[in-house]
Write a protein that binds this ligand. Sequence first.
Ligand code: PLP
Length: 489
Amino acid sequence: MGIKRIQQKQLLSKIATGNGHGENSPYFDGWKAYDSDPFHSANNPNGVIQMGLAENQLSFDLVKDWILKNPEASICTPEGVNEFRGIALYQDYHGLPEFREAIAKFMESVRGNRVGFDPDRIVMSGGATGAHEMIGFCLADPGEAFPVPVPYYPGFDRDLRWRTGIELLPVACESSNGFKVTRQALEEAYEKAQKENIKVKGLLITNPSNPLGTVLDRDTLRSIVSFINDTNIHLVCDEIYAATVFGQPGFVSVAEIIAEDGVECDLDLIHIVYSLSKDLGFPGFRVGIVYSYNDDVVSCARRMSSFGLVSTQTQRLVASMLSDGAFVRRFLAESARLLAARHGAFTRGLAQVGITCLKSNAGLFMWMDLHRLLKEQSFEAEMALWRVIINEVKLNVSPGVSFHCPEPGWFRVCIANMDDHTMEVALKRIRSFVMKNKEVVVVPNKKKCWQDHSHLRLSFPAMRGGRFDDFLMSPHSPMPQSPLVQART
Ligand SMILES: Cc1ncc(COP(=O)(O)O)c(C=O)c1O
């Protein structure tokens, strides 16, 4: 009281006050719009519908049912309370053995039991967010870089970069071939970095992709493994959407590729990031892991794990649930079925007004092609359309620019975080918006949606450091909220 707050910025570190958090992005601003006017079917039917949050809420009934049938799995029930003391006290920072075993088994089930995982290679972290920072810290020094195929999850700009000082470099992928990750694009990104004297330490891939909802095929994975082996850089594979695959082609993990006969690879270079946030739909539990084939990385990450431990209460519950093989099998089958049904319903709803999405078979979202609604093919026009969609159509979708998409007109729309009714309202709003603007919409012919985009190829904007600054908006801290939880309050 009474103390003048002058030059407050100097009181904090440069790293704390800088822009490294990567949150000055429309991706996060959309959440703010939702928070200030959240849709509720009864109390606020004209509010903003949250379609910017990749949550998997479709299979919650199965989980609820399991919890009711297994009260001893919780330490807060008469059946489990005798274990309270042991769980509440300090535990081994490596994680409860039953937890690491259950996670390893779950990872195997999700990958069709085609490959095994060693529980001793699992290091816990606070969600995949913590896992990415942890692996970045272990592998690279400030200023060193990881190329990442675009478009990519906007949170990487914070998770990998902010506290580590690591750079992310774009690997150019384009809609003309379904945003395929080609060897040529990898080499170009690598060579460009070398010319700029940037040391490349690893490649970061997301399989299945957020935001594309597509999986990497075996040949692409082999070519990626061969590329990182030839250049002697690390490969970090984010596989947190592995169990969201609901159609063919199926998911192939990098773990399967490196186990194949004839694939040459230095295993010390391979690391998987995983979490239960998407596949099980438990982002609130903050269960993330690094699975590394490199012993030194496992040891270093263990030393760091106390910064982001998963609480033992959560470990115990998760261990108990995932050790139930019958439940896991039922959950995985039912979750895939519900995701496929939601994907189909949404695709059909959009098709009624000629809107298409990139062909996909995974993820909790779709990569919607609205380039025909742009006044011109530019990122300014994409942002203008996004503002109309948020403010007038009242849908929080995320513009492609926030995923570093090199072509304007793409939007990620999340579809698994709402009930059927909310999805129908969202579809109705999109359809009526498109109908109102139909003079600018050209209903596409039968070509796949990415086949006629070659005319949209743009030269890459300078993407390192303060990339896409022209499109950034006011800084603030995001407060993601689940729409279903909001609806209940
Ligand atoms: C590709 C990707 N990696 C990591 C994360 C962060 O996941 P978590 O909630 O487990 O920290 C997300 C969240 O959306 C994501 O999409």
